[in-house]
Design a protein around this ligand. Structure first.
Ligand code: ADE
Ligand code: ZN
Length: 347
């Protein structure tokens, strides 16, 4: 490990844009498929259990639409609570190994419901499995985790409502449920249809995140801000709009950037050409994240390393990115203060 890699590992970091399902490696998928009869379309038609080459084939895509299909196929291999628990535990171990001290993780609750015929009883046992992994991570590895329930924007508004209301209903009992998010295909649905649901979620004490400006233009980011989104995922297209950048700066809106994700889904030509550097220099509250690391062949430590090698981020600038990740998190202020001082004193 190089000196800079070791420094990145030592820096306490938060990961704020990470999809649980996007952390599942093909090898874990093979293991999961062996646990169940071949009853889901993602598995039917292939050998059973899945072979590693077959599992790897599920992760192949050439554009954003193909990526979303791949994400859905992998999500559909998660069946029981113990599958979710295993996936979450593996994710947590990998986060801790990279020096991540806190993560806010999306759960594709919208997909869970759709694949279980909207069975209202489907979610709680799965969530219990996730909580077991989270508690173990806290206990054994000292890592804190919050959950963000993610709805699929190109499903129906009624489906998003089910996801957000479930988050609001469970939150008093499970404070680890910190917020709600909107993912999926922005080209098929913007933010406006979810305005009332976002207001209702905020009223219930949930924090609001939103994917915007990933495959769409700056107007999608303005729309996301207008419905109360507190953090914006991707926001790549803000680079085209000087006034929007000024607005994001004035509001100090945290931006959850995922450079390798954008390169792999064909949104950015290269890491070097990603707007990360421009946003950082413009004074935006940018954070580095990995989105779906198992799909993109990266992870959070690698994103920091690429920021250094491809965009010339110095040690002090990497320290600043780590500090941004803590500031932009939904942690309470005393926890933020603790991690910020640890970041300051990291050598
Ligand atoms: N779901 C998982 N990753 C996503 C992304 N990058 N954009 C939209 N939806 C997603
Ligand atoms: Zn995402």
């Amino acid at each position: 490990m190089s000196e800079i890699e070791a420094f990145i590992r030592r820096l306490p970091k938060a990961e704020l844009h990470l999809h649980l399902e996007g952390t599942i490696l093909p090898s874990t998928l093979v293991e999961l498929s062996a646990r169940h009869p071949p009853r889901l379309p993602a598995v039917v038609g292939r050998t059973h259990p899945l072979t590693l080459p077959e599992a790897e084939a599920l992760y192949r895509f050439t554009n954003f639409t193909g990526f979303l299909d791949a994400f859905k196929a992998v999500t559909n291999c998660l069946i029981g609570p113990e599958d979710y628990e295993l996936a979450a535990w593996r994710m947590i171990e990998h986060l801790a190994a990279q020096g991540v001290v806190h993560a806010e993780v999306f759960i594709a609750a919208g997909v869970i419901y759709r694949w279980r015929d909207h069975d209202p009883a489907a979610f709680e046992p799965i969530f219990a499995g996730l909580e077991r992994a989270r508690e173990r991570g806290q206990r054994e590895l000292g890592i804190s985790l919050y959950w963000i329930f993610d709805a699929v924007r190109h499903f129906t508004v009624a489906e998003a409502e089910r996801v957000f209301r479930k988050a609001a209903e469970l939150r008093p009992q499970f404070p680890s449920i910190v917020g709600i998010g909107l993912g999926g295909d922005e080209r098929r649905a913007g933010s406006e249809p979810f305005r009332a649901l976002f207001a209702e979620a905020a009223q219930a004490g949930l924090r609001l995140t939103n994917h915007a400006g990933e495959t769409t233009g700056p107007e999608a980011i303005r729309e996301a801000l207008s419905i109360g989104s507190e953090r914006i995922g991707h926001a790549v297209s803000a680079a085209k709009d000087f006034y929007l950048i000024q607005e994001l700066k004035a509001r100090a809106t945290p931006i959850e950037l995922n450079p390798t994700s954008n390169v792999r889904t064909g949104i950015c030509p290269s890491f070097a050409g990603h707007p990360l550097r421009r946003y950082f220099d413009a004074g935006l509250l940018v954070t580095l994240n990995s989105d779906d690391p198992a799909f993109f062949g990266s992870d959070i430590a690698n994103e920091y390393l690429l920021a250094h090698t491809e965009q010339g981020f110095t040690r002090e600038e990497l320290r600043q990115l780590a500090a941004n990740s803590i500031r932009a998190s939904f942690l309470p202020d005393p926890a933020k203060a603790l991690w910020l001082s640890r970041i300051d004193s990291t050598e």
